[in-house]
Design a protein around this ligand. Sequence first.
Ligand SMILES: [Zn+2]
Length: 495
Amino acid sequence: MYESKCVIPRSHRGEEESILSNKMSKFYITTAIPYVNAAPHLGFALEAVQADAVARYHRLLGSNVFFASGTDENSLKNVQAAEAEDTPVKELVDKYASRFQDLKQTLNLTYDVFNRTANEHHIKGAQKFWNSCKKEDIYKKSYSGLYCVGCEEFYTEEELIEGHCPEHPNIIPDQVSEENYFFKLTNYQKQIEELIETDKLKIVPDTRKNEVLSFIKQGLKDFSISRSVERAKGWGVPIPDDPSQVMFVWFDALTTYLTALGYGTDEELFNKYWDKDTKKIHVIGKGIIRFHSVYWIAMLLSAGLPLPNIEFVHGYITVNGQKISKSLGNVIDPFVIVKKYGTDATRFYLLKEIPAYADGDFSEDRFKEVYNADLANGLGNLVSRVAKLCEQNNVEATLGSNVWCTDLEKFMGEFKFNEALSVIWKLISEADKKINQEKPWELSGDKLKAVLEDLVKRIQAIVYNLRPFLPETAEKISKQFSGQIKSDKPLFPRI
Ligand SMILES: [Zn+2]
């Protein structure tokens, strides 16, 4: 009946078992946790919407899904931002953490928990984790290195670009010397390399996997996992039994993936989702890949805990072709975009226009173009055309055969949101073609009825597949196409 491969029920298909298959029944999906030294920008909105689409998709497949997000609040960056704003640190992190929490409603996100790392339960969990690492993996030594406070990371001379941090062109890393605890990363080099090479830890896409492997092959070095209380200005997670030191912010921040599940405070929830049977997926940006695929994995191996299964690494958003930066004044506020164009239009732009595996550009001109072409004309126009024809001819919708498109399933398994949406938009253009070919306005009787019923089924298939991406729109169309079909105001008025 349809031209697209959308009609084969799941159970009738031979699916091969792979790490990217969608078959597992328990999923734990996380976003990274952003620093709260400023309000959220569009880059984090991208990650949140990607992770949300994955979570919604697996829930709709009937899997048991736990989805976590949160904020990274123990950073020295936050202390400096508080000093600049002349507010107590706690007040500053509360203020910005709540802005990040507001994104939940603004972007229609469905995370189950928002984990703030300044909270007591996280601090307890991070300390428990510290104590769970093998004793021989943690040792104290004097250290001196080049530290970027923007990244909260040490760099070697060679890694700097003309003396500046590779991630922060405005920052010249400081030479820092002090006594810190170190983590014996060198103990895990072989093991981590093998985990990544064999895809037991699957890094998507392959370009990122290769990037991490070549970093590992250069030889890993032990890394510092604490800071003196003075340099941290008293802010951070205290090291158990050593009041002179707090945890390096990355060391505690990575444990958010555990404490969001109640590690150290709610063992039942923790054991339910951080077990071997749950597919654990971290959605992260390309700038923090080493922390996640090297340091984090070593930490978990040391603590004897299960490992994540997949790390999906997205690129960055540029604005009119330029990197987003405060100094360029091109930071895009997601709240402003949503207010102007709506939640689903914003989700659509992020998922469709930012290629899943690479950097992508945002501009309002492009936004309007995409909005008019794909949402107002494509989807919106099809729905209103068919609804009007059905209303004029008293067509009642029956339940459609609801199935996922085969290609969409494949692309979602690979986190190719843009390709998954193309599958749906192909259905839309096929339905448009069908209308233009059949010319229902020239038909009558059984022939007309058959054409309209076919169009209704097509709309139902489109809506069924649209739900992880544009949930509110999918719900609106579903309502319109159940029972007596009526026309309604346009879903996406042209701009
Ligand atoms: Zn930096």
